[in-house]
Design a protein around this ligand. Structure first.
Ligand code: NAD
Length: 478
């Protein structure tokens, strides 16, 4: 119990990714008395964290890192040294969906977690608090405890679940001003002391009434539940958008009216081409798997439908583009504006743009893609990657190299749209609202189409210029 309060606390985080990097940078910023080391097996990532070009784009991150790096924040590949020296070890490694074996297509792949846990047990020479920062299946702490205690050499480990709720694109402000911080631990005296120790860290800047302490399983499950609820709202409004298009209702008006109900609230009700990102689909699939393993197939089916509606929304969008453009996009240039899964991030993991682009390439379109934060290598990699079909866990064929050749990646919206037959907006970057659409119209083939997958442009203004505009869930042009 004297562990934390009697000496300088040292923290280390295994995994210098989208979560580990920003989270630790903010802890370092707010806790100048704490030494924070972020470690990773990827030399490229650590080198980037130590350079002027950080490995991830996140508003405000550069400033925080520059302020703390070299003082109480360091980035290193010397994983074992920093783990051995730390009192609190966060583990924020990736936990992707398993692609083969038992639970393929649904269960979380805990390989990285297990090897991190074995390494911690191996190098630890003093008692440690091990914190689950990654999103993991409920009951993972039990497995981690077994691995640690069976491999420990007389050392005590306390496991905490402290899931991260930051959203990419707003990570720094989310971390500085979180809705809540959740800490789950064992209800033993040691468990309670460990919870206190982590609470002391967050209490440097988070009001104590926002620090929620629960049992381990509630904390683990709350993270999966929160992501499932958020994704479900998107699928609910997207399902309504299809009905709006069929009936002449306007999804923005419907969402506004529905969201005015204080029991529902207005946030996360924007209709779109679908959700993406590395978490929502993965975490819901994980939830589905856990339900199935616990003999709850009806509950599993309920959550599965959230992903099915998301897949349907992407397919519906591609079909709308092709059918509007006289049933073929073969040989036609289509400008794709935005590739990241949301604005203010360069992250393309599970972005709906991948499925939409592949759908258009499948119909032999020629794509010209522009995203302010995603480079050509990343886009080519994403489009040539095998797609894992979670519903039928077999790998589909990768796209042939020739079809990826029909994709060019450019560095501004005007080059992308020049001579194009259609524009397809897939990320809600602010700059897409204020482009010179008259100039773009003049330089395009006619009729010139806009398919707004994020409802960011002023459709009426564009129609006045002469565009044929499709907005998700809105009354269609005649
Ligand atoms: P990421 O892939 O960006 O980062 C994970 C890092 O862990 C990688 O750099 C990898 O090299 C490193 N790593 C893997 N095994 C390691 C090992 N044994 N030793 C040292 N380093 C190792 O992933 P991320 O987006 O930061 O997500 C991490 C976890 O946080 C996941 O479980 C995810 O579900 C969860 N999460 C993500 C977000 C998000 O917005 N990205 C939000 C909340 C929670």
């Amino acid at each position: 119990d004297q562990l934390i309060l009697s000496k300088m606390v040292k923290i280390c985080c295994i995994g210098a990714g989208y979560v580990g990097g920003p989270t630790m940078a903010v802890i370092a910023l707010k806790c100048p008395n704490i030494q924070v080391a972020v470690v990773d097996i990827s030399t490229a990532r650590i080198n980037a964290w130590n350079s002027d070009t950080l490995p991830i784009y996140e508003p405000g991150l550069d400033e925080v890192v520059k302020k703390c790096r070299g003082k109480n924040l360091s980035f290193s590949t010397d994983v074992e040294k920093h783990v051995a020296e730390s009192d609190i070890v966060f583990v924020s490694v990736n936990t992707p969906t398993k692609t083969q074996g038992l639970g393929a297509g649904k269960a979380a792949d805990l390989t990285y977690w297990e090897s991190a846990a074995r390494m911690i047990a191996d190098v630890a020479k003093s008692n440690k608090i091990v914190v689950e920062k990654s999103t993991v299946p409920v009951k993972t702490a039990e497995a981690i405890e077994k691995i640690l205690t069976h491999n420990s050499k007389g050392i005590n480990f306390s496991i905490l679940s402290n899931p991260e709720f930051l959203a990419e694109g707003t990570a720094i402000s989310d971390l500085l001003n979180p809705d809540r911080v959740l800490i789950g631990g064992r209800e033993t005296p040691e468990g309670k002391k460990a919870i206190e120790a982590l609470r002391d860290v967050y209490a440097h800047w988070v009001p104590v009434d926002r620090i929620l302490c629960t049992n381990l399983w509630s904390a683990e499950l709350s993270k999966l539940a929160a992501n499932a609820f958020l994704a479900q709202r998107i699928s609910s409004v997207n399902a309504m958008s299809a009905l709006c298009e069929a009936t002449g209702a306007d999804v923005s008006q419907v969402a506004h009216a529905v969201g005015k109900d204080t029991r529902i609230g207005p946030k996360f009700l924007n209709a779109s081409v679908g959700f993406g990102g590395s978490c929502f689909q993965k975490d819901i699939l994980n939830l589905v798997y856990i339900c199935e393993c616990n003999g709850l197939p009806e509950v599993a089916t309920y959550w599965k439908q959230v992903i099915k509606v998301n897949d349907y929304q992407k397919t519906r969008f591609v079909n709308r583009i092709v059918s509007s453009m006289f049933n073929t996009v073969s040989g036609k240039k289509i400008a794709v504006l935005g590739f990241a899964f949301k604005k203010d991030t360069g992250d393309t993991r599970e972005t709906p743009a991948i499925d939409v682009c592949k759908g258009l390439i499948g119909d032999k379109a020629k794509l010209s893609i522009y995203d302010p934060q995603v480079n050509q290598d990343q886009i080519q990699r994403d489009l040539s990657m095998k797609k894992f079909d979670w519903d039928h866990p077999v790998h589909l064929q990768p796209m042939s190299p020739t079809s990826v050749k029909d994709v060019s990646v450019v560095w501004d919206a005007y080059t992308a749209t020049k001579d194009a037959h259609g524009i397809c907006i897939l990320t809600e970057w602010d700059e897409f609202k204020n482009l010179d659409y008259q100039k773009i119209f003049n330089d395009m083939q006619k009729p010139a189409f806009v398919f707004d997958g994020r409802n960011v442009v002023d459709a009426e203004k564009l129609r006045k210029i002469g565009f044929i505009v499709y907005s998700i869930g809105k009354p269609l042009d005649d």
